[in-house]
Design a protein around this ligand. Structure first.
Ligand code: CP
Ligand code: NVA
Length: 311
């Protein structure tokens, strides 16, 4: 599989085989790291890490993955550079592309990560935008595969803010990989129709389904119950409204019971607001999986960088 030079902006740009390649490579790199073996696939490379929004996992994952593979990571926070304020994104991209070998971007506008990729001339990796969070889904799928031994045919439920970046990427990832997906959210928080149709097309091709519903009973038969914060970064003014809209969509013991399966797991991309989208009780019951998922951010992000830039 040759993915050299490719940017990683959304999972829409990759075939199911390419997505599985990232996941399998991540599993391999994880195993190596457990044995104390790190690589030098990114030796001599300089990597820019642009963060307009805060981050624990994504920032640390990129940093550790760079160092493990011999690269130098350079953190550029929102007050450190001019990005679309005093300098156009196109110009910043062209400057960074002359100095760096790869660029990670976490920020608001998805258009900006596309512009960075278009104008920098180096691989650009999306560390979360308002619309998508693709590296998260690679980690989620690796975690699910570790749990269940397979992905195809499983039933993955996302419950909560069904139109946020994580929900969008869950739909794309599940569709591409043949995982049956249900998004449960009040209808005012349903995902965009056009994206739903696109993902239903992916699902059909992969032999799975994508359902959007406001009924929490749709968790019946779920293998994974996945949630995320009710108020994403940058939407803080919507807090009161979201709490009201989503109060019946909490992942709690009663909801987990409704899956009817002893083997179902609760997952969360983190950070979690316990007492809102998930209860402390369910969170702690499933903490091992949730923190495997967090650890897997590093292995999967490393796989993306190694596959697109490594030698
Ligand atoms: N899940 C995730 O992206 O976490 P951070 O916001 O801490 O990077
Ligand atoms: N939807 C959340 C994900 C955080 C990792 C946000 O954008 O804040």
């Amino acid at each position: 599989m040759n993915l050299k030079g490719r940017s990683f902006l959304t999972l829409k740009d990759f075939t199911p085989e390419e997505i599985m390649y990232f996941i399998d490579l991540a599993a391999e790199l994880k195993e190596k790291k457990k044995q104390g073996v790190t690589g030098d696939s990114l030796k001599g490379k300089n990597i820019a890490l642009i963060f307009e929004k805060p981050s624990t996992r994504t920032r640390c994952a990129f940093t550790v993955a760079c160092v493990d593979e011999g690269a130098h990571p350079e953190y550029l926070g929102k007050n450190d550079i001019q990005l679309g304020h005093k300098e156009s994104v196109e110009d910043t991209a062209r400057v960074l592309g002359r100095m760096f070998d790869g660029i990670e971007f976490r920020g608001f506008s998805h258009k900006n990560v596309e512009l960075l990729a278009k104008y920098s001339g180096v691989p650009v990796w999306n560390g979360l935008t308002d619309d998508y969070h693709p590296t998260q889904i690679l980690a989620d799928m690796l975690t699910v595969k570790e749990q269940f031994g397979t992905l195809k045919g499983l039933h993955f439920v996302f419950i909560g803010d069904g139109r946020n970046n994580v929900a969008n990427s869950v739909m794309v990832g599940c569709g591409k990989l043949g995982v049956n997906c249900t998004i449960i959210a009040p209808d005012s928080l349903w995902p965009d129709d056009e994206l739903v149709s696109l993902c239903q097309g992916y699902a059909k091709e992969a032999g799975s389904t994508l359902t959007i519903t406001d009924q929490t009973d749709a968790v019946a038969g779920a293998d994974v119950i996945y949630t995320d914060v009710w108020v994403s970064m940058g939407e803080e003014e919507k807090s009161a409204e979201r709490l009201l809209l989503l109060k019946d969509y909490q992942v709690n013991a009663a909801l987990m019971k409704k899956t009817g399966k002893e083997t179902s797991v609760a997952m969360h991309c983190l950070p979690a607001v316990k007492g809102n989208e998930i209860t402390e009780e369910v969170f702690e019951q499933h903490a091992t999986v949730i923190f495997d998922e967090a650890e897997n951010r590093m292995h999967t992000i490393k796989a993306v960088m190694v596959a697109t830039l490594g030698q």
